[in-house]
Write a protein that binds this ligand. Sequence first.
Ligand code: PXL
Length: 283
Amino acid sequence: MQQPRVLVLQDISASCRISMNVAVPVLSCLNNAVNVLPTALLSTHTGVRFPDYTFLDLTSEIKKIIQHWKVLSIQFDGILVGYLGSIEQINLVRELKRDFLKEDGILVLDPVMGDHGFLYPGFDTMYVEEMRKLCQEVSVLLPNMTEASLLVGRDYQPAPYTPEQIESLLKELASLNRQKVMLTGVSFEAGKVGAASYDYENQTMTNAFGPLQPGLFDGTGDLFSSVIGGFMFQRKPLSYAMETAVEYVHRVIMRTIESGAELRFGVQFETDLPYLIERLYQK
Ligand code: PXL
């Protein structure tokens, strides 16, 4: 069987199990041939629990790599985009799509900008504006509730939500890309959290929930989008990917808590990778 050749575009937070460091192993387990473009190299992520992180922007190197790849006529079946450091990099995504994504290729975008009602350091309203434009070009849009609120210009509201609120938010987001949208951090009742998705094409809405563990688990958003990307590139149904991602992230959080590892360094995602592989071959 021919494997999808896929590109991951996001940062390397060197000491943390988040972003590129989790995307590559997850996509590989899901039988995708992975190529990478690191957007930046950091010592850690930029969260408040690491005030002194280092940051090396890799935009100029990406431009050189793109030039070489053009000569090689590289083409991708899928592109997964996570944390980008600048508006210039948002524009590079457009270029990558135009020049390297096959006609029927899938572009999955996690519009990483913020969480818990706040923008991450280094992002501003101009960035949000450009990200909104990029959303119009993607096959699968994967914001959390904070990013979704920013994208549609609504005030962020913490959980719980009503099904009607989520339905209207999903539809508003889907009016941007007119394809698939999945919202993370959705909760209709105390103690449960998960995701909700909407497919513009057949106007179907689905939800998946699991038990909520209180706490901040850095990297779970990146892990979630990697699982969704991995299954979409394998042409599996969106709802199947979503159910799998919700259950997997729940298992990973339980492992992480059990391990006693420092949460700011990310999550223990390795132990449960076999679950993802099982799910891949079940469908
Ligand atoms: O997990 C999202 C993320 C990715 N990359 C970097 C980050 C964050 C969130 O803070 O700082 C560098």
